[in-house]
Design a protein around this ligand. Structure first.
Ligand code: ATP
Length: 138
């Protein structure tokens, strides 16, 4: 079994129930969940790999504009499975190429795209720790 960090972004929070149904139907299990509103600083830390991108400022503004739900998911190939369920990054592309995906159904555009999913085992570990810090060492 693999673990991944899934996030429902502020634009799709009202669709949390639909997204949980999608997760359940795909045989993924929610291990941990948290609803929180990220500060600008926390959103910047979470997306630090994108700090030099032209869309960074819009991205962190959006990500701190309202509550998000972060979940640790577990299942067979959970990282790839959740990213496939999300669909392409740009919601418009998702509506053209991946109808039925989370971003096609609930995303708005290229930045406001309903959800996030870790893209590797390493980023899943970092992102799970970001939202659900382990107490090891305390
Ligand atoms: P995520 O990491 O959130 O799951 P992703 O892996 O599909 O999405 P990344 O390339 O990691 O996409 O970009 C992170 C986020 O930054 C995207 O989900 C989107 O919100 C925003 N973003 C990415 N590319 C663009 C772009 N060209 N214009 C505007 N926003 C973008």
């Amino acid at each position: 079994k693999e673990r991944t960090l899934a996030m429902v972004k502020p634009d799709a929070l009202s669709r949390l129930g639909d997204i949980l149904e999608t997760i359940h139907a795909a045989n993924l299990i929610v291990i941990k969940a948290k609803m929180t509103t990220l500060t600008l600083s926390q959103a910047s830390d979470f997306y630090m790999e994108h700090h030099s991108k032209p869309f960074f400022s819009n991205l962190v503004q959006f990500m701190s504009s309202g509550p998000v739900v972060a979940m640790e998911l577990m299942g067979d190939e959970a990282i790839g499975a959740w990213r496939r369920l999300l669909g392409p990054t740009d919601s418009a592309t998702a509506r053209q190429e991946a109808q039925g995906s989370v971003r096609a159904r609930f995303g708005t555009d290229g930045t406001q795209n309903a959800g996030h999913g870790s893209d590797s085992v390493a980023s899943a570990a970092r992102e799970v720790e970001f939202f659900f810090p382990s107490t090891a060492g305390h």
